[in-house]
Each structure stands twice: as C-alpha cells, then as structure tokens.
Design a protein around this ligand. Sequence first.
Ligand code: MSP
Length: 633
Amino acid sequence: MSSYYITTPIYYVNDVPHIGHAYTTIAADVLARYHRLRGEDVFFLTGTDEHGQKVQQAAAKRGVAPQQHVDELVIRFEQLWKRLDISNDDFVRTTQRRHTAVVQEILRRLQAQGELYRHSYEGWYCLPDERFWANDEVSDGKCPECGRPVERLSEQNYFFKMSRYRERLIRHIDTHPDFIRPEARRNEVLGFLAQPLGDLCISRPRARLPWGVPFPFDDAFVTYVWVDALVNYISIPGYGTDEARFARWWPANVHLVGKDILTTHAVYWSTLLMALGLDLPSTIYAHGWWTVNGEKMSKSRGNVVDPGAMVDEFGVDPFRYFVLREVPFGHDGDFSRDAFIGRYNSDLANDLGNLVSRTLTMIERYCESRVPQPGPEDDFEELVAATAREVDNSLRDFQFHRALQEIWIIVNRANRYIETSAPWTLAKNPSARPHLDAVLYTLAETLRHIARLISPFMPQSARAIFESLGLADVPNGGPAAWGVLKAGHPIHKAPPLFPRTVTPHPVRIVMDIPEPTVAVSPTPQLAPIGIEDFAKIDLRVGKIVAAERVPKSSKLLKLQVDLGTETRQVLAGIGTKYDPEALIGRLVAVVANLKPAKLMGLESQGMILAAGDKEVASLIGFVEPVQPGMKIK
Ligand code: MSP
C-alpha cells in the first residue's frame, strides 16, 4: 500500500488559534482524507510549538510555570481541531519527551560529525522573532522582518555549518521542480540562495532563556526554537527510535506551510536534513495569507477571525468549504462576512442544499421513499467519472478551489436536469413512469457521487447525504463505479443540509422554468458587421450581488453587478420575468463599456445580455465555472 505523510506547521501554543492556523490545518485534512479515500496509508501530523522566549515570558506574566502554561493553552488547539473535524493521526507537542529526546540525539549526531562549532557572536536581536540580525540588515534599530525594536546582544553560541550546503540545496531545487511550490515561491527561495548563506545559530544561552531543549553536551545552552520545532517532522514518525516506522513515512510527501515560514523550511530544514544524511521532503507548499476586509489581521486591530465563532454561526462544513473555495491555494485572500454569506447562500444553501432536498423530496413523493428503477441516465455516469479525474488532478496540484468548482459543475448540471426533465410533469402521466424513475435514479446516484467527492472537504455533509441515501453503514458511500444504488433501497429525507437564510442576501430560489412562450424573430435582421466592430464591445462576466425593484416600474430592476475589479449599478428591464431575490449570485454577461445612461432618474452603468425580443426569455448564463470580470469573446 502506498504511503502518504503530510504535515502542518506546529503552531505557537501562545497564539489564539485563528483562521490562518485553521486554513493550513483544513487544507492538510482534505488531502489526508482524500488520500485515505484512495486507499493509501496516511500519516497526518500537526501539533504545537511550545518552547522559546515568548512562552517563557507569557507564563511568567501569568505567574505559572511554563509547562503548566502550555498544558493549559494547548487545549485550545486540540479542541478547535476536533470542532473542525480534523483527522490528524498524531498531535505533537515539542515539550513531549518523545520529541525532546530526538532533538538531543540529533544535536549529538551533528556535533559528532563536526557540523557544529561554538563561536562568540554579536548582533542585533529581535526578541519577538527570537533571531539575530547583522549590522547591515538593521536600520533605525528595527527588526527587518517584523519592524519591532531590536537590542544589541553579544554571546557565545553554537552554530550549524549551514553555509556548506548552499550549492547542494540550489542543485536540489533546480532538479526537483515539485520541491518548492508554487513556482513563484520557488523562485523566491532561489533568489534568497543567490546571496551568500551564513551559518545558523542553533543555541540560546540557558542563563538568558531556560525554556528550551537542553543541549545534550553543554549545559549552558538550550536549542534554538526553530531547530527544535522543525525536528518534529522526523521525531514523531520514529527517527532514531523506530527505524522501520521511520522508513515507512520518511521522506514526507508534503509540508504545508504559510509563505512567511518558507525560508525556515526550505533552507534551514533542508540543510539540517542534508547534514543528517536524510532525504528531503517531496514538496514544501507555501500558501498565502488571509487579510480581513482588506486589512492585515492582528490582535491590536481586533479583527482576528475566530474559526470557532464562524462554526457556531454557520456550521463546520461551510467554514471548511469557504476557506478552500474562496481563494486559489498559494494566493493571498481576503475574508469578509459578506463574501462568506454570499458563498453560503449561493453555493451551499441554493446549489447543493436544494439539489439534495429536491431529489429526496421527489423520491419520497413519487417513489414511496425507495430508489426507483434505473434507465438511460443522460451522460451523468460519464460526467461524474470525468469530474473524479479532474478532482484528482486538481488536488495533486493543491488546487482545492478548482476541485470544488469541478464538483459544482455536477451540482449545477443536476439542478438543471431537474428543471429540464420536470419530474412533477412526468409524474402526472402514468406512461412516463419509466422516464420519471430513470430521472430520479440518475439524481440519487449522482448525489451519491457528489457526496463521495465532497467528503474530504465536507465530511459531515457527505455523511448526511449517505445517511439519507440509506448508506450510513457503507464505507465512503460505496465504490466509485456508477450504478451502486439498488432499486427498492429505502431512502430517508433529512432536515435541510444548509438550512438558514443568512442575512443580508436572501437565498436564491431555484424555480421550475416553464417552456418559453416568446415568439422567435427571423434571422438575419441587421446588416453584417466586421469583427473589428464586434471587438469594440467589452463583454464581461458579472455576478449579481444585489437586486431590487425600481419603484413605480414593473419592469426595471436595479442590480449591483460585481465585475471582478469593481461593482457597477446596472438597470435591467427584466422585472416581469425575474424576482430580484432569484437573481442574487447569478452570473451574467455584461456589456461593460456601454456609455452610462439614466433610466427613471437612476444611472445604469452597463447592460446585461438576455435572450428574447420584447419579452425577456432568459438571461445569458454559463455552463462551466467562470469568474466575475472574465472577458467574453
Ligand atoms: N511555530 C512556527 C512554525 C514551526 S513549524 C516547524 C510558527 N507558528 S505560528 O503559529 O506563528 O504560525 C503558524 C502558521 O500560521 C504559519 O504557517 C503562518 O503562515 C500561518 N498564519 C499566520 N497568520 C496567517 C494568516 N493571516 N493567513 C494565513 N496563514 C497565516 O510559525
């Protein structure tokens, strides 16, 4: 069985767990669950970083011993991971003996191999970052990394001969394109390595900082907190204590890290591994940072996003879904309540939630709550198989948002299938029974596949769908083949998956679309134009984010349309066809360079495309996923 070892950074136990910590941990959890689903043997490790000056100071401030302090604080992380359904196989704490013993063994080995030396050192020290800076790196007495004041320190310390591994590391990065990802981060690391690389100070004098792993051969020192922390990736899978186990897991497949700690991983950790004669991990993936409403998240700004509070309000799965769907992994992203609520309403309550409840309701109503007989299934078998392949490609490439977009193509296709096949009409006609059964079977089996595909992302929702389909006891809802649900199998309609209509946007309601009644005018009606004339029209994808009726008009709606980089007000004469609430979240085609015009005293800054003549029959929409602002050509 192939093995898959994935890690998160170990979090400073002093920190209040926030969306940044939850982000990496959820991403790692999705990958761990996905690889388990594929039948691989998975080891997923997370934990807490518990030594160092900051912990020591915080404990002193509270008047408790550092060990008691960390024992109390670690609970916040352990509990949050439980709430977020994190399926880690182990939880490392750097104060555990199983870890500290390995840190000491590694120092012994490095010392015996001549990789360390003791040296007197003077430099600028940043206390919060716990690191030294050289004279030319510091200006105005401020830390070049965090901007806080540095102090002059002179002390003896142990150094690791990191500089000797510089060229080997550059060669490794050059020859292993997947080692540092995404590509831009890889180039950053290569840029860093193009400069001379110093040796790494790996100790702190005990007199100044007693809260650390003691040096095994020199009582006067403790281990630099980063060296201590990085070693967790090998201490827990058994380095130096259980060689067979270690051989099973090392080298790790993935270290997921935030972009701020890439250098410590790509350079310090890699060179330490080289000195120990160990292989390097296959991939170090650096993800981006979350801002909140466009601002840096910080305690002093009071804008730290508490995952626990989001879960209380919206549930676990919507939070897991949002953080991975909203921002391409590797990019920075912005968190806002509005964006969260928008996705909740459109993707979850409306798209997935409605699909589940409509399908189950119809099977309950038309088939006495039993899976009906299958029949021709209108390409869904092919679609789910192709999607599973795309999800696989996307997850191998860490593109969680793309995997979800792919899954939502099925969700949306299935919703449209309900509308086009109109089971409520088929149900009125006894001779249409086989067709009705085939449609509902296809929908039920498609739901099973959707639940399988979302299960790494949204384990609780997947479980709820399996339960509704009577598959609670079937591992992963059964195999990936088509046609697993058996006719006659009982299903149970459950309460809605994403029940609440969360303000400010009302839930978009999927309506049964009647046959068009608008007459079609003959073509062609206008004189031909050249492509250069057509190219003058700037057509864009827009997303309707707000909609209301214009007072005293039965036809005009006032829409706010997100064009990716700006939101425009557009007036559209579609009010007899559409209720404003039904339009929220809808993607439309917009003429973006139409001169602004006034209609009933209100400015319209664009035009929305629709089919129809005097009467609108349908807004123009998209079959595959698109983003607001994309060009239409
Ligand atoms: N203890 C070290 C890691 C040692 S790993 C051997 C550490 N801990 S931390 O708690 O400060 O940060 C942990 C992770 O949280 C980092 O990967 C960091 O990038 C991430 N984040 C902190 N704030 C973040 C955001 N605002 N957004 C996304 N991730 C962020 O560093």
